[in-house]
Design a protein around this ligand. Structure first.
Ligand code: HEC
Ligand code: HEC
Ligand code: HEC
Ligand code: HEC
Ligand code: HEC
Length: 419
């Protein structure tokens, strides 16, 4: 009994001393902060004198996990081989480069431009100078300025998104760092993506309208509360840097999952096939945008989704087939062969001709939209099965027989009878 009492007393005293030490430490920290004292870091950061041309590997020395996502797609399901990121000053030995996954599109945005674009407008989005974040409601959102020639070709670096025009690093965390930081709550909103994922004014159906498709079709009408980051930068809990004693925070993975990520694509569309009446062979195909916060397919006019339907009889012979293509228009009007002559006079003739040569097609499926396509294969009475699939194509202009850049995202079939 007496022994137990002494033990309890000893425990209480230890707890008291620990509590005292804790309060003293906190008081000292508070005093340091009141006196404007800075948190001590074991490593020093450079001043990023090269601005947005600062190699991302420099940031990656401290922010290793984020760098690994950005440059190697670590944590994604993008296992297509793409041109590897070549950073002239890359010197990170601690990060394994022999990985299954391929890097994010942002990390290669400077290597993706064809020759002859030096100093041209392309570099505004692909090799940007520091920019301010716009208001979400701004009627006209300008692209960033291009980096001066000679500093191009680094692509969209870490500094490209994080460096403010006055030379500080913006972030959403209110963190103190070995570099100057500024709190920017809008980093968690579509404002961060708006300047580049938008070309010109809204034209429903046109290419690179993603931000406006999100704002006007999805966000404003209240179809969902997600910002771009919520779908394209999945979160995790971790420290922002590996070599400092900093708190664990909610971090957005720097992956920007796109059409090369099966998980991203598979949730975009749904397809329902319906044979309404037995008196005819007419079919309805409902293509429904259930998963994207913008039109599908969005962005580059190279993208397309094909809906393929074939009807087979009981002997498995294909008796009818049909195909539709959903794709962004190249210009402010539907792609059309009748413009081919006019296109020859354009400065961008090659791109315009390529698009118009494919002729008219279905427009892209807007956020929340259900597109109904009807087709009557005019079949004789009998038993049939209609087999359908949705196929995503990264580049609709290459040889249609080349399947390496295609992915089936939905497959379904329906047995039906025509009387
Ligand atoms: C400085 C301009 C810029 C900003 C800011 C920007 N992007 Fe991008 N983004 C691009 C460019 C350019 C590409 C294409 C790179 C390439 O493939 O060469 C791209 C590619 C992508 C892709 C892949 C698209 C594809 O077709 O492969 C996704 C997804 C994406 N961005 C999402 C986002 C999100 C989400 C944000 C905001 C958090 C954002 N981007 C901010 C310029 C930008
Ligand atoms: C010498 C190491 C080091 C280097 C180099 C470095 N950082 Fe940091 N950074 C830190 C530390 C430490 C923090 C604070 C972490 C915390 O408190 O969670 C931080 C915080 C941040 C934050 C969060 C700021 C906030 O308040 O949300 C961002 C964004 C960031 N860094 C971006 C960058 C970029 C971009 C570069 C390269 C241009 C870079 N960092 C280079 C160490 C570094
Ligand atoms: C295309 C723009 C873009 C690029 C490029 C980019 N970031 Fe970020 N970064 C963001 C956005 C957006 C957030 C805020 C995401 C959120 O919290 O919702 C962010 C957040 C962060 C944070 C704070 C943690 C968090 O997730 O909120 C750090 C640290 C950071 N980035 C470092 C880096 C580093 C290092 C690189 C280069 C390897 C880099 N970023 C490249 C857009 C970018
Ligand atoms: C509700 C989830 C969701 C939201 C919010 C969202 N996206 Fe997407 N995004 C998707 C899905 C699903 C796809 C795949 C289908 C497609 O390519 O259209 C996609 C595709 C893309 C692509 C094309 C990728 C490619 O390879 O062709 C880009 C670029 C893109 N999103 C950017 C953005 C931007 C920028 C925002 C915010 C303005 C945003 N997304 C908001 C779900 C979302
Ligand atoms: C307003 C910003 C902006 C400008 C200006 C711009 N791009 Fe892009 N570019 C993008 C975005 C965003 C993407 C990602 C495609 C998407 O939205 O899916 C992209 C993607 C690309 C791709 C990759 C397409 C693919 O299939 O993955 C190439 C190549 C490209 N752009 C070339 C160019 C060229 C050449 C120019 C100049 C004539 C140019 N870009 C001007 C924003 C821009």
């Amino acid at each position: 009994m007496r022994k137990a009492f002494i033990c309890a007393l000893a425990l209480l005293m230890t707890a008291g001393i620990l509590a005292l030490a804790f309060f003293e430490k906190n008081a000292a920290q508070a005093q340091q902060q009141r006196a404007g004292g800075k948190k001590e870091f074991s490593s020093k950061s450079k001043d990023f004198a090269e601005g947005t041309a600062t190699p991302s590997a420099e940031c990656g020395e401290c922010h290793q996990a984020i760098y690994r996502e950005y440059v190697f797609g670590f944590g994604s399901d993008n296992i297509r081989k793409r041109s590897a990121y070549k950073d002239p000053k890359q010197k990170l030995r601690s990060i394994p480069a022999r990985l299954l996954t391929a890097g994010s599109a942002h990390s290669i945005a400077g290597n993706d431009l064809p020759p002859g674009t030096e100093g041209k407008s392309c570099n505004t989005c692909h090799n940007p100078e520091s920019f301010d974040l716009p208001d979400l409601d701004e009627p006209e959102i300008e692209p960033p300025k291009a980096r001066p020639q000679g500093k191009e070709s680094f692509g969209i670096t870490c500094a490209g998104c994080h460096l403010t025009p006055d030379g500080r690093i913006r972030g959403p965390c209110r963190a103190e760092a070995p570099h100057e930081t500024v709190e920017e709550p809008n980093m968690k909103t579509a404002a961060m993506c708006a300047r580049c994922h938008l070309e010109g004014k809204r034209v429903v159906g046109k290419r690179v309208q993603t931000f406006l498709e999100w704002r006007d079709d999805f966000h404003k009408p209240g179809l969902g509360s997600q910002q771009c980051q919520d779908c394209h930068m999945p979160g995790t809990l971790r420290r922002l840097t590996e070599n400092e004693d900093v708190p664990i925070r909610a971090v957005a993975r720097h992956l920007w999952t796109d059409g090369r990520y099966p998980q991203r694509l598979s949730g975009a569309l749904s397809l329902v096939v319906e044979a309404e009446k037995e008196s005819t062979s007419a079919l309805n195909f409902h293509v429904i945008n259930i998963g994207a916060g913008h039109s599908v397919p969005t962005g580059s006019n190279r993208r397309a989704i094909f809906l393929k339907a074939e009807v087979v009889d009981p002997k498995q012979t294909v008796v009818a087939m049909r195909e539709w293509m959903f794709a962004p228009w190249y210009d402010d009007r539907p792609d059309d062969k009748s413009f081919l002559e006019e296109d020859k006079k354009r400065p961008d003739s090659a791109a315009a001709i390529q698009a118009d040569a494919q002729g008219p097609h279905e427009t892209i499926i807007r956020a929340g939209e259900e597109r109904i396509l009807t087709w009557d294969p005019r079949l004789k009475p009998g038993e049939y099965e209609v087999r359908t699939s949705l196929i995503f194509d990264l580049n609709r202009y290459n040889d249609p027989k080349f399947r390496g850049d295609q992915r089936t995202i939905f497959k379904t079939s329906l047995a039906y009878r025509v009387r």
